[in-house]
Design a protein around this ligand. Structure first.
Ligand SMILES: CC(C)(COP(=O)(O)OP(=O)(O)OC[C@H]1O[C@@H](n2cnc3c(N)ncnc32)[C@H](O)[C@@H]1OP(=O)(O)O)[C@@H](O)C(=O)NCCC(=O)NCCS
Length: 194
């Protein structure tokens, strides 16, 4: 269990959108957590996904009484892209990365980032489904996404270039009526976050 988490309690976080001010934090998080160096096009796509891409900042308090100061430190983020579907009659939410720094895990930050992205995407009737790639041996990821109603689809051989095994499974879920908006406990929002 991480130092932040207390049995099943959601760590208080502040959500912020991807902006000039926050992009450096997302780049640093992705560099630490993922074996791929994402270029500028990735971050442009993330911004175009609007509120689906979201950064979660932990609020760390120091001192006591009137001398208390609060520092906001990035704890995790979800990075999404919106894609047109094959028939051009709807869009798909592609989850590119979802990551929480190791010391901040198990405080429901990842779950709330994913919930928020699905909430936001489902408000737009044009967005019909959400999907992502997961490495075929990432059983924890299957369990995690199953809780949100994702189902396994096809295997994409040699999807990953530098990791073993190189194959990915597509996980997807409908975003029509089957997704009911969920509340986010312990989240405050920056003005530009929704
Ligand atoms: C996946 C991840 C974002 C979850 O963040 P989190 O804030 O700890 O998530 P929550 O507290 O909401 O949920 C914790 C659950 O995530 C699961 N989990 C742990 N590692 C995971 C992983 N690599 N992939 C997916 N789920 C994972 C745990 O099993 C835990 O389940 P539990 O509640 O039954 O114990 C975080 O573990 C992470 O950043 N992992 C490394 C990056 C990664 O693999 N991301 C891609 C996943 S597709």
């Amino acid at each position: 269990m991480s130092r932040d988490a207390v049995d099943g309690v959601a760590t208080p976080v502040r959500f912020a959108s991807l902006t000039d001010a926050t992009e450096r934090d997302l780049r640093a998080l992705n560099a630490v957590l993922f074996p791929v160096r994402y270029g500028d096009a990735f971050y442009d796509d993330c911004r175009r996904a609007g509120g689906c891409t979201q950064l979660a900042y932990a609020m760390d308090e120091r001192g006591s009484g009137s001398a208390t100061t609060t520092t906001m430190t990035l704890a995790g983020a979800i990075a999404c892209r919106l894609e047109m579907n094959a028939a051009s009659d709807g869009a798909k939410l592609y989850i590119m990365t979802l990551g929480v720094y190791a010391g901040r895990r198990d405080g429901k930050i990842g779950s709330r980032l994913l919930t928020h992205a699905l909430n936001v995407a489902s408000r737009d009737a044009f967005v019909k489904e959400a999907y992502l790639h997961v490495q075929t041996n990432n059983f924890q990821a299957f369990e995690f996404y199953e809780r949100f109603g994702f189902e396994k689809g096809e295997v994409v051989k040699n999807y990953y270039k530098r990791i073993e095994p190189p194959d990915a499974v597509i996980l997807r879920r409908d975003l029509g009526a089957s997704w009911t908006e969920r509340e986010l406990e312990g989240v405050t929002f920056d003005e530009d976050a929704a």
